[in-house]
Ligand binder design. Structure first.
Ligand code: ATP
Ligand code: MG
Length: 277
């Protein structure tokens, strides 16, 4: 198979008309990939994405061709999918105020041009989920864009359908996760177009790498929230005085690796209700 792309965490190969998306066990903290892998992370995230794709199929068809027809060495952590023409937009929906959205709210009392009430604080729940698209930068950071920018990029009809699909995917995901003790604060999805013109949900969906997962019982607006998956790594890394959050990242000790692995497994087990084998 021909390698076509290697991201921080995943590798992408072309195989005829298909792509094979392979999730590695790499993990990043503050956008820096650490030298130590987290065993099972790639499989957990792949299996979680597959679980969601099935449960979102009434909202949007997805790119999955097969989860089993992949080379044996990647079994469980690779998905064979249809190669699509990707929309040049990251479709983000937010239900809580965090990250770049918090900064925008503090400056303008709005999100992607949508006015918001005053009095919200870090990690507040928003009155309703908000669509906050960004560019899809090949390199560097994605920049926030407005809904009108999205219309300019992909046309009014497609923009409206994909904004609605993004908000429905987020709302369904957040509701289901909430019943199981997880706050999904926000999420990013990607869509592409098939040769016949159909719009298709692609990439990964509602995983902790594409979303903010918070333990619901620890949610306290007014301060930064603990990340369900990465908090151990972040807390530990902040004890490494020599590390200035630029590459290379520090080696991770075994107990922190194990605690982090357990958190990814916990995300999977809580959301799907299945045991991780
Ligand atoms: P980062 O590590 O910051 O996420 P990245 O986004 O470049 O970097 P990946 O997310 O690992 O890295 O790469 C997956 C790539 O595959 C993305 O560019 C995504 O848009 C693309 N992609 C996902 N599904 C499809 C598909 N069905 N057809 C074509 N491209 C796809
Ligand atoms: Mg990506």
């Amino acid at each position: 198979m021909e390698p076509v792309h290697s991201g921080k965490v995943r590798d992408v190969y072309a195989d005829g008309d298909d792509l094979v998306l392979v999730a590695s066990d790499r993990v990043s903290v503050y956008d820096v990939v650490l030298p130590t892998p987290i065993p099972d992370k790639g499989r957990v995230l792949t299996q979680l994405s597959l679980w969601w794709f099935e449960r979102l199929a009434d909202i949007m068809p997805n790119h999955v061709v097969s989860a089993s027809d992949v080379p044996a060495e990647w079994a469980g952590r690779a998905i064979r999918c249809r190669r699509l023409e990707m929309m040049p937009v990251e479709f983000v929906a937010r239900g809580y105020l965090a990250g770049s959205a918090l900064a925008e709210y503090r400056k303008h009392k709005s999100l992607s041009g949508n006015p918001l009430p005053g009095g919200l604080v870090e990690a507040s729940r928003l009155p309703e989920p908000v669509f906050t698209p960004t560019t899809k930068a090949a390199e560097g950071h994605d920049e926030p864009i407005t809904y009108d920018d999205v219309v300019g990029l992909i046309g009014a009809e497609t923009a409206e359908r994909l904004r609605d699909a993004t908000l429905r995917i987020y709302s369904r995901g957040a509701e289901l996760a909430a019943e199981r003790g997880i706050v999904i604060a926000d999420t990013k999805v990607e869509f592409g177009r098939a040769p016949d013109g159909t719009l298709v949900l692609a990439d990964e969906v509602l995983t902790p790498d594409s979303s903010r997962f918070w333990p619901a019982d620890q949610w306290r607006p007014g301060r930064p929230q603990n990340s369900l998956d990465k908090q151990f790594l972040r807390d530990w890394s902040s004890t490494i005085a020599e590390w200035d959050r630029t590459p290379p990242g520090p080696e991770v000790p075994e107990d922190i690796v194990e605690a982090t692995r357990a958190r990814y497994v916990e995300c999977y087990e809580r959301i799907t209700g299945r045991r991780w084998r």
